[in-house]
Design a protein around this ligand. Structure first.
Ligand code: PNS
Length: 171
């Protein structure tokens, strides 16, 4: 079983993420979409909401699981979950410059490899930050996000208060 992880904040998940995750699912037996928690970060959506939107997006696709990553090291998470590769999408050379030291660090910490997939040209301009800004200022983001996110942005579902168990960091 070759298992990969696609880690991220997914605040919220968008079509650039989805396209890369779907391609990763074609390369590995199982892909875990690991939704991170970093208490130093200000999220627009709660962990529960981010999990809910990602889970709804991939619910009909076998081989893709969504779960919380916890707040520890990604390398520890990979070790604990038997993950052999981290998959990251690259939109630009600045993404690569940002990701390369983390890829090397993760390999040195736990032996996990990082696989970079070039982002599809349709989505290279997308980021969760830009989507939130455009939406907040009244722009239409329906082309950029899955339906579960659009529903959440339009506020036609109540706040998701489902309790979430966060996996504690491995000691
Ligand atoms: O979507 P994001 O916020 O860019 O995701 C970043 C993420 C979760 C991939 C990154 O912050 C991460 O790996 N966090 C886990 C903490 C960790 O392992 N830090 C050391 C990285 S070498």
């Amino acid at each position: 079983m070759r298992r990969a992880v696609c880690p991220g904040s997914f605040d919220p998940i968008h079509k650039g993420h989805i396209e890369v995750i779907a391609r990763a699912a074609g390369l590995f037996d199982e892909v875990i979409v690991a939704v991170s928690t970093n208490y130093a970060k200000q999220y627009r959506f709660t962990l529960s909401e981010r999990l809910h939107m990602a889970t709804a997006t991939f619910s009909a696709i076998s081989g893709i699981l969504v779960e919380p990553m916890g707040e520890g090291l990604l390398s520890d998470y990979c070790h604990d979950r038997g993950v052999s590769a981290i998959v990251k999408g690259l939109r630009s050379s600045s993404d690569f410059d940002y990701e390369l030291p983390m890829a090397t660090m993760n390999r040195q910490l736990s032996g996990v490899e990082t696989v970079f997939l070039p982002g599809d040209s349709r989505y290279l301009h997308l980021s969760s930050t830009l989507i939130k800004e455009v939406h907040a200022l009244g722009g239409d983001v329906a082309d950029f996000v899955p339906r579960a996110v659009m529903r959440r942005l339009q506020g036609d579902i109540g706040p998701d208060t489902t309790p979430v168990t966060v996996v504690p960091p491995r000691r």
